[in-house]
Write a protein that binds this ligand. Structure first.
Ligand code: GTQ
Length: 342
């Protein structure tokens, strides 16, 4: 590849007259802007241990009342992107949120899409567009763009969940903002999707809601993974995608959610792709090899595999399965026509 002219080859007086007019020569920066073969990713391989997060989050509960926080969250920030940027990757934000018994996180809506994997607690609900979504460990609950949402907790212990949002994407395109709302009147789901391949019909029609399913209960997801495992050849990965049950599309517009079951002792290689991927341990003990970094992951740990990295996962138990929830940026890449697997 040809080497290009550098800044220091140009007269200082010329550079100064460019700068004074908000002009910049491209060629000294061209290779950094458009590197050869594949992008340079600022996102780093990273792990956030539950055993570190939990005590620090509980301290936030002592230090900061809900009225002073609105959302009591510790952000899982990727050091490669700068901690202040509050980014796990280019498009994904991760945060661990705490709601204590009796607390409410007030109603609002915003441009970013959000989803939560419940980590701990029972008796909490997120009310999304008026629909009351109970929160049990392992559940995935969606709060898509512009749907009103608030969190309430009447149960005994703390409620803790992992928030996954596309905030960095919204910030990058100057579109991140929120609107406060009034407390919603909660209702039960109007449509119930209890089984794959079966869609409810009411008055002769199917749901026309943009987001027909907001809650994916863990008990059902786990049972579906177990059933899939018994029907697949033993070498084939047991992987389910969280989808919109009416359209088959990714459950959110910008982030794809899926869950992988590793049989006892199983090792698998996920396809190398352009999009960054977050891993969150629902159950079990796994060793992740991301390029040449080895991470031991145990229940409720979270990790980031940047785009273009190779990813090998191994169940460290020879007795019980492991379950890994995943969130990745592939819908953004696909919509932009830049998604790659190689
Ligand atoms: O629960 O609505 O982690 O608005 C960041 C922003 C959670 C939420 C976050 C939010 C929320």
């Amino acid at each position: 590849m040809k080497s290009l002219g550098t800044l220091d080859e140009l007269p200082a007086e010329y550079l100064e007259s460019l700068r004074a007019r908000n002009l910049v020569p491209l060629w000294p920066s061209l290779r950094a802007l458009l590197p050869p073969d594949q992008p340079r990713t600022a996102t780093q391989v990273c792990r956030w241990a539950w055993s570190d997060i939990r005590p620090l989050l509980m301290r936030a509960g002592d230090l900061t009342p809900m009225e002073k926080a609105e959302r009591r969250v510790l952000v899982l920030a990727n050091p490669g992107r700068g901690l202040e940027a509050l980014q796990a990757s280019a498009c994904i934000y991760l945060g661990m949120q705490l709601v204590l018994p009796g607390e409410n996180a007030p109603n609002h809506k915003h441009t970013p899409n959000a989803a939560r994997f419940v980590v701990e607690g029972t008796g909490g609900v997120t009310i999304v567009g008026g629909e009351s979504c109970p929160m049990e460990p392992g559940d995935l609950v969606l709060t898509p763009t512009w749907l009103w949402h608030e969190h309430r907790h009447k149960g005994p212990g703390p409620m803790i969940w992992l928030d996954v949002l596309d905030v960095p994407l919204m910030v990058a395109i100057d579109c991140s903002y929120h609107i406060d709302g009034k407390t919603q009147k909660p209702s039960r789901p109007a449509w119930t999707y209890a089984s794959g391949g079966l869609a409810p019909v009411r008055d002769g029609v199917r749901s026309t809601a943009e987001y027909p399913l907001l809650r994916y209960p863990w008990a059902r997801t786990r049972a579906a993974l177990g059933a899939l495992a018994t029907s697949l050849p033993s070498r084939e990965p047991v992987l389910l995608a969280y989808i919109n049950p009416e359209t088959g599309a990714d459950c959110l517009n910008t982030i794809s959610f899926s869950v992988l079951m590793l049989r006892p002792g199983e090792e698998t290689m996920l396809p190398r792709m352009s999009a960054a991927r977050m891993l969150h341990m629902v159950e079990g003990d796994v060793q992740a090899l991301i390029d040449d970094t080895t991470l031991d992951l145990t229940q409720s740990d979270t990790a980031c595999a940047p785009g273009w990295t190779t990813l090998k996962l191994q169940n460290r138990s020879s007795k019980v399965p492991a379950f890994i929830a995943m969130a990745d940026e592939s819908p953004v890449h696909r919509k932009l026509g830049i998604f790659e697997q190689r």
